[in-house]
Design a protein around this ligand. Structure first.
Ligand code: X1X
Length: 326
């Protein structure tokens, strides 16, 4: 195998093509978390599958623990084809470049894990993937996710009265703020890597997240009260910059697509299986206090018109119905 390494990306794409016979292709990934988190394990599985399936020289370098920023930074890098080549991303953190993509992970979209699983396996998200590719220069190569998102707050929230006016952080997509406003909270979009401090200093009273991330980043230290709103089951595309993908040789492209789909399936199984276990570990360790939300069904009724209006504005009403009908 060649010892010569070439970094893939927009800047080095020509060099890759010019040296494709002898050069090693170096792919750079990024994760917000350490090696224990399901996203990092999914990226490692992708790396393993590509290495196993490709008959050429390819190497991987994953920046961990949010060293390269949070997902709003990743999306800019991916769109521009610099600094990183692949990552796992929340659709709602990619809204700046592709306004329709947050439809995939808007709260209260999936009835349960079975609905989420069926929808993701069905290919129903294809029009959203096409928009992401066209407008953001980002290609979906698989789907990870599977954690259930709940409220996490400094003080307990158990009903609509306590939720009313609750100052909480949401992801940057406008639909996220619209939905939490519809259920009477007071949402604000704050960068993920500022959430811990914002809660600690009382700028906000809480946020919403899945067990794996609350545990990995120790959010329980500032937001130990978990309210089981179960408002989202995460959809987390494994994505690659199209600047990178288009510079790969055809064999490697095929391996990347296959490995991306398989690594995503690995990640979905892992995170959905570990979701309850991780919550239980935090309960057993006295790190979180978990309560049900009284009247969750009423929340659902409040958000349906907001979801409908958002989809209509995007010209995606049929798509929303198709997802709901899965
Ligand atoms: O809320 C966020 O911005 C983040 O929450 C978790 O860490 C993950 O789901 C991540 O993808 C991002 O959505």
């Amino acid at each position: 195998k060649s010892m010569k390494a070439v970094t893939v990306g927009a800047i080095a794409a020509t060099a890759v093509m010019a040296t494709s016979v002898s050069a090693e292709t170096a792919l750079r990934g990024a994760s917000l978390f350490d090696e224990e988190h399901a996203y990092t394990k999914t990226l490692r599985e992708f790396e393993r599958l590509v290495t196993e399936g490709y008959d050429g020289d390819v190497s991987f370098d994953i920046s961990l623990n949010g060293e390269l920023g949070d997902e709003s930074d990743f999306v800019t890098f991916l769109q521009q084809g610099v600094a990183i080549d692949y990552a796992i991303m929340a659709p709602s953190n990619m809204a700046t470049f592709a306004p329709s993509i947050p439809l995939m992970d808007m709260p209260f979209l999936f009835r349960d894990l079975e609905h989420w699983d069926t929808a993701l396996a069905s290919g129903v998200m294809a029009p959203l993937e096409a928009e992401l590719l066209e407008k953001a220069n980002i290609r979906v190569i698989g789907y990870a996710g599977g954690g259930v998102r709940n409220l996490a707050s400094a003080e307990a929230i158990t009903n609509i009265d306590e939720l009313t006016g609750h100052q909480m952080r949401v992801m940057g997509a406008p639909i996220q703020a619209q939905i939490f406003a519809a259920i009477q909270a007071a949402p604000s979009a704050i960068a993920y890597n500022e959430v811990y401090n914002a809660i600690q200093t009382g700028v906000i009273a809480g946020f919403e997240n899945e067990a794996a991330s609350i545990q990995n980043l120790k959010f329980y230290e500032v937001a130990p009260h978990i309210t089981l709103t179960r408002h989202a089951i995460t959809v987390r595309p494994l994505v690659m910059s199209e600047s990178t993908f288009s510079a790969l040789d055809a064999d490697l492209q095929a391996v990347v697509l296959e490995a991306g789909a398989a690594a995503g399936a690995f990640g979905r199984e892992l995170e959905s299986r570990q979701d309850g276990e991780k919550m239980q570990e935090m309960i057993d360790a006295g790190q979180v206090f978990v309560t049900e939300f009284e009247g969750r069904d009423a929340l659902l009724e409040m958000v349906i018109p907001v979801q409908d209006a958002y989809a209509a504005e995007l010209g995606a009403s049929d798509l929303l119905e198709a997802i709901r009908a899965k």
